[in-house]
Design a protein around this ligand. Structure first.
Ligand code: ARG
Length: 468
């Protein structure tokens, strides 16, 4: 009894070189419990079709339970002679229940419909784990946003908002943090969409490609495995891997969304920015420079985003132009996505810990917020409210900036006379918008950065999180 599931038509055994190339147990063994669950369901379908006696079916279930227990405690291991997890578990089942009944289980199924089903089951489970971890990060961002609505003597923290990495307009720190939270929440929602689609599509019963002739009920197997339905086309069921590619995309997009936070944390933690201090437990030191405190979690996050994108690109390249139906190329679908799952499951808890413990220097952020002429738009919009055409208002605000650059001052340093020199429209009342507080408070349309809107926004985000 070996883990080979074929051989009848071959005179000699495969060469060791072929075995070495073909073997997948070193990575597909992690699907073992899903394979066993599939076998339980398949045994029921065989029993329901009258192809197993009640005793035989009971013996198979008992044997599979024994394997599951040994799999869980780690004592069940594949043999070097096993080609893949399916062959290994059939060999082990036969050792458990004997060849007579153990040899009956394979009727009406193929490794092609098995693997297509098990991989879905594995990803369905891990999509829930990953989604929960992403939601933890969303929660950490929301908690920071919440705290910074009142962190400056009871008032919201303000920071320089940037475009092109240049000072653009003041924004609430909370508004900025929530921007990252929304992107991550969409990743969670993408996983939920994906799950709905995949859960309706159990391929068990598709056989190798053409379906099975033994009167088995694929809907029964689907239900047993927690699917909401079985696949309508056995060729599609065994040959499609868009469910894998789509999962890999969401994983890559999640990695990219995390990397954008990571890059900012790295910048913010520099001496030049000085916006954040990292918690000792969530940062690292240097082996030679005693003073160093490095944002390694963010750097690893930035690096791992590349790895997640690579996994997606590699997988899509494998799938491109593959003819129907199953081809062995498809065995290459698993390692990249297992790696994406492992990567996110180890990255997210660390990244969330880092975000939750960031300490912001709100004084410094607030001091820099109105600098770099970031209130020029406020001058222009104030002029519009006085009836000046925006084209002219833009010109006049630009002239204020030019004057300030000549004088080496910020906009609020211009005297009443200097404003009046630039234009009679620029009366002393313009000063009312020349503070970061006034600027953010004025942006009070839906989605804007005013404290009222950001408070509403936080509630809206939390309601969506509760639904996710
Ligand atoms: N190990 C294969 C895979 O991961 C499944 C087995 C199908 N093999 C075959 N020769 N039809 O895709």
């Amino acid at each position: 009894n070996t883990g080979k599931l074929w051989g009848g038509r071959f005179e000699g055994g495969p060469s060791p070189e072929l075995d070495a190339l073909s073997r997948s147990t070193h990575f597909d063994w992690r699907l073992g419990l899903y394979d066993i669950a599939g076998s339980h369901a398949h045994a029921k379908a065989l029993g329901a079709a009258g192809l197993l006696t009640a005793d035989e079916e009971a013996a198979l279930h008992a044997g599979l339970d024994a394997l599951a227990a040994r799999f869980t405690d780690g004592s069940l291991r594949p043999d070097p002679s096993d080609e893949d997890v399916h062959g290994a578990l059939e060999r082990l089942l036969i050792e458990e229940v004997g060849p007579e009944v153990g040899g009956k289980l394979r009727a009406g199924r193929s490794r092609n419909d098995q693997i297509a089903t098990l991989f879905r089951c594995y990803l369905l489970d891990h999509s829930v784990t990953v989604a929960r971890l992403v939601l933890d990060l969303v929660d950490a961002l929301a908690a920071q946003a919440d705290a910074h609505l009142t962190s400056v003597d009871g008032r919201p923290a303000i920071m320089p908002g940037r475009t092109h990495l240049q000072h653009a307009q003041p924004v609430l720190l909370s508004h900025h943090l929530l921007a990252h939270a929304w992107a991550l929440l969409r990743d969670v929602e993408r996983l939920a969409d994906w799950r709905r689609r995949v859960a309706g599509d159990s391929p068990y019963g598709s056989g190798a490609l053409a379906g099975q002739s033994l009167g088995l009920d694929p809907e029964l197997v689907a239900r047993e495995l927690g699917f909401t339905g079985s696949t309508a086309n056995s060729i599609d069921g065994t040959a499609s891997r868009d469910f894998v590619a789509e999962f890999a995309f969401v994983a890559a997009q999640t990695g990219i969304d995390i990397s954008r936070i990571a890059e900012e944390v790295i910048l913010w933690a520099t001496k030049e920015f000085g916006f954040v201090t990292l918690h000792d437990s969530w940062s690292t030191g240097s082996s030679i420079m005693p003073q160093k405190k490095n944002p390694d979690i963010s750097e690893l996050a930035r690096g791992k985003a590349g790895r997640l994108v690579g996994n997606l690109a590699g997988l899509l390249t494998t799938l491109k132009a593959l003819p129907l139906a199953y081809n062995r190329d498809l065995q290459e679908d698993k390692e990249p996505v297992f790696d994406s799952v492992d990567t996110l499951e180890v990255l997210l808890p660390a990244f969330t810990g880092q975000v939750a413990t960031l300490v912001f220097d709100t004084d410094r952020m607030g001091e820099l917020a109105p600098q770099g002429f970031s209130l020029a738009t406020d001058i222009a919009e104030w002029l519009v409210k006085q009836g000046v055409a925006f084209r002219i208002a833009h010109e006049l605000a630009g002239a204020c900036v030019r004057r300030c650059e000549e004088l080496g001052i910020e906009l609020d340093g211009l005297t009443d006379e200097q404003f009046a020199d630039i234009s009679p429209y620029l009366t002393p009342e313009v000063r009312s918008v020349l503070t970061a507080e006034g600027s953010v408070a004025s942006r009070d349309g839906r989605g804007g950065t005013s404290p009222v809107r950001v408070t509403e926004q936080l509630a809206e985000l939390r309601a969506r999180v509760a639904e996710a």
